[in-house]
Structures are given as C-alpha cells and as structure tokens.
Design a protein around this ligand. Structure first.
Ligand SMILES: Nc1ncnc2c1ncn2[C@@H]1O[C@H](COP(=O)(O)OP(=O)(O)OP(=O)(O)O)[C@@H](O)[C@H]1O
Ligand SMILES: [Mg+2]
Ligand SMILES: [Mg+2]
Length: 614
C-alpha cells in the first residue's frame, strides 16, 4: 500500500482522507521525483527511469524465482513482467481477423487458473460503449457500495498506475494484494507456456487477473468495463451477467470495429446475452436499430434511459463533472437498480417500498462521490515562489484535465471546459491536498487566459478533433489564447507504476507529429501560415517560449533565434519542461491566471497528473 501526501490523486475513492493506511509490514513512500523507498520488513531502495525499457533486456527468470515469495518482489518487477506482454505498439492493431479464437484463448487461460467455473458465480454488470463506459461503471460501483455491497470494479485504461484498473470496495487494489494475485496468475500461465500455450497479450492478462481478484476477494458485485468493442473483447467470456449496459456510441476504433455506426453498434451489442436485460442511452437511429435488432434476436429486454434529471438529486452534484455525465449517471442508476432487483436485494434494502421513480439516498451518495481520474478533473496547482512561498505573490495555475480523444468526447470536453472556466468552482482539487487561506479567492484582479495543452495519438484525426474542440468552446464564448503541442512521456512498451521516476528532461528527438499538430492549428484554426516554414524544421527546437508568451492574445512573433514560439502556438520539447515553464510563467506574472485544458490523449492526461502530484 502506498502512502501519498496528495491522497486524492492516488486513491480515486470517495470520502478518503489525504493519506491511506498502510497494511502491516509493507508500505512505501515517495520521497522525491526520482527516488522511492520500500519498507518491506527490510529496507529497499529503488530508482528507475520511466523511459523505454527494452523488453528483451529484462531478466524475467530471476524475477519469477523471486516471485516464489511475492512479498519480496518489488512492484517494478511486476511492471517489467507485464511490459513483456505488450505485443505491439498501441494504435497499431490489425483488424479482428481470427479474433474469435481470442475468446477461446481467454477461456483456456481461465481454465489454467482454475477460474472457469468460479467466474460463473460472479454477479456481473457488463458495460460496453464508445464513450462513458468507465464513468458509468464507476457510478454503478459507487451506488452499490453505498447500498452496502462489496464491490469489484475493472476499468480501462489506467492513467498513472495499472492498479487503478482494479478497485475493491472503491479503492485501487493494494500493492501487496496486487503482487500476490499477479504472480499467482503469472506463474501458472508461464508453467503452461512450455506446453505450447502462449502467454496472453496485456489486456487478456489484465482481464483474467481481474477475474482472479474478484473471485478471491469474494466481491458481491463485479462491475466490468469492456476493453474494446464488445463481441470479441476479452471480457466477453462472461456468459451470464446480471445486466448489460451500452453507453454512448460514436465513431472510434473504426480500423477494428468497422466504418459505420451500425458496424460499431453490432460489436457493442455483442455483449448482450439471451434474455438478460440490457439498458442503453439515447443513440442515433443507425446505432439504435442495430442494438434493438440484436436484442430482439436474443429476447433481451432493452430499455433506453434518458439522462438523469438533476431535480432527482435533491441539490447534490454528481461526482463526475460535465453535462454528459448526466447521461452516464442515468444509465448507471438503471443498471444498479436492475442488479439489485435481479439479485433479490432491492426489497431487502428498500423494504418500505421505494418505488421505481424514487432516488434512494444511497444512490445519491454513490452518484455524488464517484471519482475517475482524468475525466473532467480540475487540479489547482499550488505554485509558489520556491524560496518564500507565503510572501511572494504569484499568478494562478489551474489544470483542467479530460482524456477526450474522439470527436464526440471532444465536444463533451469543450462544453465542460467552457462551463467550468465560467463557473470556475466545480471539482477543485488542490494538488497537495490542502488549500491556503484565500488561495482561490484572490483572483478578482487577475487576467484569465485559457491555454490548450494538446497531444493525440497518430491514429487519431486531429483535423477533426481540434476544430470540434475549438468550435464547441467558441460557441459558448471560450477562446484559447495559446495552444501548446507536447509529446507524451509514457511509452507504449512499458507499463509504469505511479511511483516510477520521471526524468526532468524527456526531450523527444522527433517532434514531427507535434509540428504537424501545430501546423494544423495555425492553418485551420488560426487561419494563418505565419512562420510555419520555421516550425517545420523540428531540429530548430532548442528553447522554450519567453515567459510573456502566454500573456497576450495577439499573434506573437519573434523571440530568441531558434526558439519555437510562433503566432498563437508553440511546440514544447517535453512535458516536464512544459509544466515547469507554466509554473514559471505564473510566478513571474502575479496578475496572470492560467486555465490550462489538457486533452486529446489519456496518456497525456495521465502524464500531467503524475507530474503534478510530485
Ligand atoms: N456520455 C458521453 N458522451 C460523450 N462523451 C463522453 C460521455 N461520457 C464521457 N465522455 C467523454 O469521454 C471521456 C472518457 O470517459 P470515460 O472514461 O467514461 O469513457 P470510456 O468509454 O471508458 O472511454 P475509453 O474509451 O477511454 O475507455 C471523458 O473524459 C469525456 O470527455
Ligand atoms: Mg475507447
Ligand atoms: Mg474506459
């Protein structure tokens, strides 16, 4: 179990204190950006780089031997082992040829682990969808936990630490338990690997690990988010869920799921099981037709649920911000109610005849306390003068983090950001877990600037994403004065832990993609080609923009020779340098209030969160 000073960022669970209790005999402290101390009966010290670790260089044999005593293996060893399961670069997936075998493969792994029959006893809520799956699952988990049940939650992806994917009773699984279950599964599968069974790819492994955890932890309910699609997803080995949900459908992963909404809906409806009730949210008719047809074929009662009516919440706010969360919350309420009814618990818990239209108090508590990192999350960075933190005034730096990366979610993100900067009082999370007096009350005379910090994976289409974001924001009066394009730190061939060290200078040599994003921004958003020739040469990037770059609204030209800033945007050489530079900007400009929207990629959002919590 980790102790973090900034508990909120790590725990993601409601009503948590700002630190978590260590389990006896095993705990660790983050002691600085590069160091991590383990106390595990005897003192150990570990320092690792977050940079790429070549899979071939990993001596897994030695680590597996150590795994005989799970307590003696470090978390980083497990991450190294997991990283060997990453079969190819993310976003580089081939279509689903032969994927049906994949489900059989998952079943064979479950057999090896002795879980094939046991998972039939899990009381599962299974949720697919293009957007809002994770949020819907988190709401369901929080509702049922507040109804008194022991909950298991499996979501994807993770942002800072792989354990975020597995929550027991609302908390990320502890390191100790994770290591125990991880190595148990790892060793059994590895033993069979010699008989010609190959080790599963990463997501299949994580899925069977989730089942292992939920069975061993004896959860009352297992809330399971589909990884990708539905029909052929590893989680679809669940034969008889209690209830299924389909969150909002849209265009994503077309290379795998197909190029029409109907194709995509077909895959998502693949989680429906004969006669098991299902719920969905309002969808475009092309998608709804397919969902309904599949439901009819399987005699599935399918109900379309309207967004949650705020009036039912008796004045409380949802734990996840943004109007789109009302859609997810409505779905979660119906899924949870159905789960309670079909497991025979509804009448026990609400014996006094709480009817269908009532919103039980436990449901409200769950909806209000649900948390999910990097989805419409606001983090106030406590910038201070390093030498004299209380006396020297400096500007404000607020990060608005949302991992939107599809056209529909960009719109949802834009609407949320606009209303959040207008209200500027939603879920504010001081990064160090405390607020100083007047910390956020002193902005009356400050000049607010909205800045975009963006990156997206190369498989995405920024020509769609960026205009969607900008026009949605503009339609409600929010305009970005500057855009910063930055490479992410996370690499796709290494699973990292939340405590992995972050090198201060993670300059990428190849910034071609970021320059392309900038070019697109300048051409299609700003309508200018100014100085683009200069930026087309990634080698020209040697310095950060001057600190007053963010102060103005007008196009900003010039700057130091070889500098990267042009017009309204800049390519930044690395994320850690960018965060430090933003902090310096507000230190030097006490009248500046920077509202930075971080979006386009969950990896980017995860990296920023990891940097902010240091
Ligand atoms: N109902 C919705 N409609 C449109 N966009 C949404 C909706 N719910 C969430 N989003 C957007 O999608 C992002 C991801 O939300 P969430 O994690 O709940 O979805 P997901 O389906 O699990 O996504 P992923 O594909 O990343 O696993 C949010 O940050 C938000 O921008
Ligand atoms: Mg997705
Ligand atoms: Mg998700």
């Amino acid at each position: 179990m980790l102790i973090y000073v900034n508990g909120f960022l790590k725990c993601g669970a409601p009503l948590l204190p700002f630190f978590t209790k260590p389990t006896p005999g095993s705990y660790s402290l983050t002691s600085g950006p590069r160091d991590r101390l383990y106390f595990n009966n005897k003192l150990r010290y570990s320092s690792k780089s977050v940079q790429v670790v070549e899979n071939s260089a990993i001596d897994m044999g030695a680590k597996e031997e150590k795994a005989d005593s799970a307590a003696l293996t470090s978390y980083d060893d497990a991450m190294d082992a997991l990283s060997t399961l990453i079969s190819r670069r993310r976003g580089d997936r081939s279509p689903t040829v032969g994927s049906r075998d994949k489900l059989e493969q998952v079943v064979s792994y479950l057999k090896i682990l002795g879980l094939e029959d046991k998972i039939k006893e899990l009381k599962v809520i299974h949720v697919a969808g293009t957007k809002g799956k994770g949020s819907t699952c988190v709401f369901c988990e929080a509702i049922l936990r507040n109804c008194g049940f022991r909950t298991g939650l499996f979501t994807s992806p993770h942002l800072m630490d792989v354990r975020e994917r597995f929550r027991i009773d609302g908390l990320d699984i502890s390191e100790e338990k994770f290591l125990q279950y991880f190595w148990e599964c790892w060793k059994l599968l590895k033993e069979k690997a010699v008989d010609g069974v190959t080790m599963p790819p990463l997501f299949q492994f994580l899925t069977v690990l989730a089942f292992k955890i939920f069975v061993c932890e004896k959860v009352d309910v297992a809330v399971i988010e589909v990884g990708l699609g539905g029909k052929l997803d590893s989680t679809n080995v669940i034969q008889k869920p209690i209830v299924c949900g389909i969150a909002s459908l849209g265009m994503d992963h077309m290379d795998i799921l197909g190029h029409t909404l109907a194709d995509i809906a077909f895959h998502k409806a693949g989680i429906f099981k004969p006669q098991i009730p299902a719920f969905t949210v309002p969808q475009l008719s092309e998608a709804m037709g397919v969902l309904q047809e599949t439901a009819n074929n399987l005699k599935v009662p399918l109900e379309v649920i309207a967004p949650l009516d705020l009036k039912k919440l008796d004045g409380i706010e949802l734990g996840l911000s943004g109007d789109h969360q009302l859609v997810n919350a409505g779905l979660a309420v119906s899924l949870s109610r159905c789960w309670l009814q079909r497991t025979g618990n509804w009448d026990k818990i609400f014996p006094n005849g709480s009817n269908e239209t009532d919103m039980p108090v436990a449901f409200c508590r769950g909806l209000a306390t649900a948390r999910l990192h990097g989805r419409a999350q606001v983090v106030h960075d406590l910038v201070s003068d390093q030498k004299d933190s209380m006396k020297t005034p400096c500007g404000d730096l607020i990060f608005y983090l949302d991992g939107a990366h599809s056209p529909e979610s960009m719109e949802a993100c834009g609407r949320w950001f606009s209303s959040a900067v207008r209200g500027n009082k939603s879920l504010s999370t001081p990064v160090n877990g405390y607020r100083r007096n007047g910390e956020f009350g002193r902005d009356l005379n400050k000049v607010s600037k909205q800045v975009l910090l963006f990156n997206c994976m190369e498989v995405r289409d920024p020509q769609v994403l960026l205009p969607k974001l900008v026009t949605t924001c503009a339609s409600s009066g929010t305009h970005f004065s500057r855009a910063l394009f930055v490479p992410t730190m996370s690499t796709y061939n290494k699973v990292i832990s939340g405590a992995s060290a972050i090198p201060l200078d993670t300059r990428r040599k190849d910034l071609t993609w970021q320059f392309r994003l900038q070019k697109l921004w300048e051409r299609s958003i700003q309508g200018t080609d100014t100085a683009l020739d200069h930026t087309l040469n990634p080698d020209g990037i040697t310095s950060l923009p001057p600190h007053d770059f963010l102060c103005g609204d007008a196009p900003h030209c010039g700057g130091p020779a070889g500098g990267t800033h042009i017009t309204s945007s800049a390519v930044m050489p690395s994320l850690p340098l960018t965060i430090n530079w933003l902090r310096d900007c507000v230190r030097r400009n006490p009248s500046l209030k920077l509202e930075v929207l971080v979006t386009g990629s969950l990896h980017l959002v995860g990296d920023v969160l990891r940097l902010l919590k240091r």
